[in-house]
Design a protein around this ligand. Structure first.
Ligand SMILES: Cc1cc2nc3c(=O)[nH]c(=O)nc-3n(C[C@H](O)[C@H](O)[C@H](O)COP(=O)(O)O)c2cc1C
Length: 259
């Protein structure tokens, strides 16, 4: 005698149990992998800061050690330019800029960021004798498709460019994403962000900058909109609503190797 033990109810219970087990597995791996994700994100950020500082080659595989030895992260209040207390490791510009109690709307939002966090973390790069050799400043601004974020490395005169390093962007490979191309990045060292009257003068030039133009960098071919985004981002962050107050206050001190 044959008996069919499969019933609709049993099938449903089976499906329910499989779903429950799968959901539990996904949750356990998400929670379990969170610390790894956080430490990978930190490592990635430290790698980019070392690149902006010109120390990536020297670091080799020892990103953490090199970062700990040569980089000092400091929090600043952007409006005053002063240093303030704060957990530099936990600071997240994007999170703060979504919090209305920790951010404000720029008056002249040329970078297209909508809100700007009140504070920022900057990175002082020191040599073996403790002298500041480079200051790395985070930047963020609209490209064609989305916000693009990265870092600029400046010499202690807070004018001469050492590097422009993008870390996160959604621009098109071969077009806007050419900001990541080493050949394009190599155009930046030595350029001057400000002119002699201290006006922000850096510009991306469509068709190519003239030889010897210390304020001009070649625009990205076929990616004028991304190039404009880079220029607007730099003008915003070097200006009064960005690092302007910090630059004015600490330029002399940094140029003299202090801090
Ligand atoms: C699929 C697609 C992707 C594009 N991606 C970008 C981009 O990432 N950045 C950009 O500036 N322009 C991009 N463009 C081109 C712009 O639409 C626009 O044509 C370009 O910025 C004009 O630049 P040009 O004056 O240098 O040619 C893309 C166009 C297409 C069709």
């Amino acid at each position: 005698m044959s008996s069919n033990k499969e019933t609709f109810g049993k099938t449903l219970i089976f499906v329910f149990i499989v779903c429950l087990v799968c959901a539990a597995l996904v949750s356990i791996s998400a929670v379990g992998l969170k610390p790894l994700q956080t430490s990978n994100r930190l490592l990635d950020k430290q790698t980019k800061i070392l690149e902006a500082a010109g120390l990536l080659e020297q670091a080799g595989k020892d990103v953490k050690g090199t970062y700990a030895k040569y980089i000092e992260a400091k929090m600043i209040d952007l409006d005053s330019g002063d240093f303030v207390e704060g957990n530099t490791d936990m600071f997240d510009e994007r999170r703060d800029s979504r919090d209305v109690t920790k951010s404000s709307k720029p008056k002249n939002d040329i970078a297209g960021i909508n809100r700007r966090a009140d504070n920022a973390v900057i990175y002082l790069v020191k040599d073996d004798s403790g002298k500041v050799t480079t200051i790395v400043l985070p930047i963020i601004g609209s490209g064609l498709w989305d916000l693009m974020s990265g870092f600029i490395g400046l010499a202690p005169d807070l004018n001469t460019v050492r590097s422009v390093v993008y870390s996160e962007l959604k621009e098109t490979p071969g077009l806007g994403a050419e900001v990541l191309n080493p050949n394009w990045k190599a155009l930046w060292p030595g350029k001057k962000m400000f002119d002699e009257q201290n006006n922000i003068a850096i510009k991306l030039v469509k068709g190519g900058a003239k030889a010897g133009d210390v304020h001009g960098v070649d625009g990205l071919s076929g990616a004028t909109l991304t190039s404009n985004g880079v220029e607007h981002t730099l003008h915003f962050w070097l200006g009064d609503e960005g690092y302007g107050p910090f630059i004015t206050k600490f330029r002399t001190q940094l140029r003299d190797g202090g801090m």
